[in-house]
Structures are given as structure tokens and as C-alpha cells.
Design a binder for this molecule. Structure first.
Ligand code: DGY
Length: 328
């Protein structure tokens, strides 16, 4: 008899078929987001779970999941997983790095360009039938080429964003916990966070979220930024204090914000939603057909290998707590 796994969200049929070669798979074809109570009912008896950023896996939930041996996150960000609790429970945790880096960086640029050149606002206006004549001062934005890009978080995605800046003749500054060797090849200069905020014409957030990083961009940080600057967030909503951002935009202390992520998804702070200076998208930075398929396949590869099946049995490609593998 096959071992049982749970797939908590709707996933491409071809990937489910791959999982079915090894497991008895419980799917969620209706794609509703399971409540904590539903997870407590569905997870027990399962040896593995393929989850998304919409499910939190923590110690209280794990107490109900005594058969669980692996959790594969269908996302590179894993702030929804309590890694310490998973490791204590000897549950292997994995994520989906690399496969989404380039698509996510592309999208960061899409948001940056749209925010700086006000494309969302201009398109809404045009569609309302308000365009009567060309005008010299119609939707004046801020330039992207030849300006300074600030990258907050120089991981894989930050580096892919920085690499693209060369084509726009931009200078790149970045901040991270420490200088990153690979950034030097890109011509990016390391600096302190406050210097980054003061100097950036366009700031893009590509750092991971953790409780310590909550509101990394708050009132104090926004006050350091140029009035003509734009802010783009393609990481996690909790990194930015949304009320402080709404104030800065309303008071003309920031030119615009491009936001793919929000503090309480799928809810969007009503003041940001109402602001014409905000370009808002529903957490789709990695959402090209090819990349989302690659993410789903990598999550499946991870789960199959973590549970001891397939060609890479026992060696999941992207494990977050390798110490659990060593003690298994
Ligand atoms: C990720 O991979 O972390 C994306 O944000 C999707 O959740």
C-alpha cells in the first residue's frame, strides 16, 4: 500500500500524476485555503505534505502529525515554516530556490518601470475615456535609466535584479547583513541601510522575511528616502509598514510604490489600494507558466526524494534543514 501525502493547494495535474506514482495523494482540487482546524484533520496519517506560503506549519500543528516525515514548500520564501519545530520533530523541510530567480527579477523590473513611469495610473485614466489631447505634462514620471538602484537583500533574486540594471546604465547600491562576493562582479556597491535609503532613486526589496525583519521599512526608513524615489516590494508584505507607506505617499514624501506582496494577503491596505501612486499586483512575481511549473516540479522532486523514493531518494534537491537528513 502506498504511503499517504497531502497537497494543500491546487497543483498542476501533471505534477500530481508524478506524485501518484509513489504516493496515495490527497489533493485540494477546489483550492480553498485550509483553516488550521482543517489542517489538523487532514495532516494526521500523512507522511508528507506539499504546502504553499498560505499554510503555516508550526509546533502546535506538528503535534497532530506524528507520521509526518517531510514538508515541501512550493515557494522559495519559507517564513510560513517553523524550521526549528520541523527539525525538532525530525521532519525534512524543503523549498524551491533558483527555478524562480529570473522570472521574479523580471517582474521586479516590471513593477519598477510601471511605478516610475505611472503606467497603471495612465492606463486606468485612458480606459475611463478621459484622454482628450496630448499634453506636455501628461503623467510625468521619474526616469529609470541613469539613476541609482538600491537593492535591499543581495541574495539570488537581488543579484538577478542588479544584473539587469546594467542595461539601464544605473549605479547599483545594496545592503545585506554583510557584503556579498558575487555582487562585486555586478558592479554593485555595498553600503549601510540608511545610506542605501538616502541614495536610492529606486529601492527594491528582495530580502527574506522573518519576525526580526518585520517592518524593515517603517516610518523612520521612509523618512530617509528621496521624495522622488520609488519603492518596490517583491519579497513579503510584512517587510514594509503599510500604514507608514500610505502616509508617505499621501504626503508626497515618496513618488510611488510597486507592491506584489502585502501584510495580510489577500487583503490589501485600503489606503494603498486607493492611492494612484501604487501599482499593486496579487503576489505573482514568479508567475510565468514555465516558472510556476518548474516550482511545482521541484517541490514534487523534493518531497519524493525526502520520503525516500525516486532517483534521488534521501537527497532532496533543496533541503532547508539538512541536519534532519543526517540523523534520519
Ligand atoms: C515564493 O516563492 O516565495 C513566492 O513568493 C511564492 O510564494
Amino acid at each position: 500500500m502506498k504511503e499517504k501525502i497531502l497537497v494543500t493547494r491546487k497543483v498542476f495535474p501533471a505534477v500530481i500524476e508524478r506524485l501518484r506514482e509513489h504516493f496515495d495523494v490527497e489533493t485540494n482540487d477546489g483550492d480553498q485555503i485550509y483553516t488550521r482546524g482543517e489542517l489538523e484533520v487532514r495532516m494526521p496519517g500523512k507522511v508528507g505534505a506539499l504546502v504553499s506560503a498560505t499554510e503555516s506549519i508550526d509546533a502546535p500543528l506538528l503535534r497532530h502529525c506524528t507520521s509526518l516525515r517531510a514538508v515541501a514548500n512550493l515557494a522559495v520564501g519559507y517564513n510560513n515554516l517553523d524550521l526549528a519545530a520541523l527539525s525538532t520533530a525530525k521532519v525534512i523541510a524543503t523549498n524551491t530556490p533558483d527555478v524562480l530567480t529570473e522570472s521574479t527579477a523580471d517582474f521586479g523590473w516590471a513593477l519598477l518601470m510601471a511605478t516610475a513611469r505611472r503606467t497603471g495610473e495612465a492606463e486606468r485614466w485612458l480606459r475611463l475615456g478621459l484622454w482628450e489631447k496630448w499634453a506636455l505634462d501628461l503623467f510625468l514620471g521619474v526616469d529609470v535609466h541613469g539613476t541609482t538602484l538600491g537593492v535591499l537583500g543581495m541574495g539570488r533574486i537581488g543579484r538577478a535584479v542588479a544584473r539587469r540594471a546594467g542595461g539601464f546604465g544605473m549605479s547599483v547600491l545594496y545592503h545585506d547583513r554583510a557584503p556579498v562576493d558575487a555582487a562585486r562582479e555586478l558592479g554593485a556597491r555595498y553600503c549601510g541601510k540608511d545610506e542605501l535609503l538616502r541614495a536610492a532613486d529606486h529601492l527594491i526589496i528582495t530580502m527574506p522575511y522573518s519576525a526580526q525583519a518585520h517592518h524593515t521599512i517603517g516610518r523612520r526608513e521612509l523618512a530617509l528616502m528621496k521624495r522622488s524615489a520609488t519603492l518596490v516590494n517583491i519579497s513579503r508584505g510584512g517587510l514594509v509598514d503599510e500604514e507608514a507607506l500610505a502616509d508617505a505617499l499621501a504626503e508626497g514624501r515618496l513618488a510611488g510604490a510597486g507592491l506584489d506582496v502585502f501584510e495580510q494577503e489577500p487583503l490589501v491596505c485600503s489606503r494603498l489600494l486607493a492611492s494612484q501612486k501604487v501599482v499593486a499586483t496579487p503576489h505573482i512575481a514568479s508567475a510565468s507558466e514555465k516558472t510556476r511549473m518548474a516550482m511545482a516540479n521541484l517541490a514534487a522532486d523534493n518531497l519524493i526524494a525526502a520520503l525516500g523514493y525516486g532517483a534521488h531518494a534521501g537527497r532532496p534537491p533543496s533541503v532547508l534543514n539538512p541536519q534532519v537528513l543526517d540523523t534520519a
